[in-house]
Write a protein that binds this ligand. Structure first.
Ligand code: ZN
Length: 138
């Protein structure tokens, strides 16, 4: 069995963003040489997410509006966690959107449903953050 690990870095210039990382994950899969197995991608920060959904800008806007309704950034004083920090909303948003995704690797490709793409969800950006790609198989 082969095993592959890589850390990918991001620095999002805004507080919040959704970034399609599918091409970068596919690069990792190519580098790994693994044809059959399982691929894991997870955020290594508790204020960012990795999730699978559609690459459609209207939907991304809808996610952002929905998350702001559930956990508005302002007023920052409305959260107990914001005791010297201002990112309580980012922790909550990350929890809803998820920490990681697992994708089957079949014949050297990501075995996706028709519209599935992998996204990095940033909720407290403007600093360097990372995700982990781990692939096992043969
Ligand atoms: Zn925090």
């Amino acid at each position: 069995m082969k095993s592959y690990r890589k850390v990918l870095w991001f620095e999002v210039p805004r507080r919040r963003a959704f970034i399609n990382i599918t091409p970068r994950v596919e690069e990792c899969l190519g580098e790994s040489g693994i044809k059959e197995g399982i691929l894991l991608v997870n955020a290594m920060h508790i204020t960012a997410s990795v999730f699978i959904n559609d690459d459609e800008s209207g939907l991304h806007h809808d996610f952002d509006v929905w998350l702001e309704k559930l956990a508005p950034h302002e007023p920052v004083s409305g959260y107990r966690h914001n005791n010297g920090e201002d990112n309580a909303d980012a922790h909550l948003k990350r929890q809803i959107m998820g920490r990681e995704v697992v994708v089957a690797v079949t014949d050297g490709t990501l075995d996706f449903g028709t519209w599935e793409q992998i996204f990095y969800g940033e909720f407290d950006g403007r600093r360097r953050k990372r995700i982990l790609v781990k692939i096992i198989g043969e």
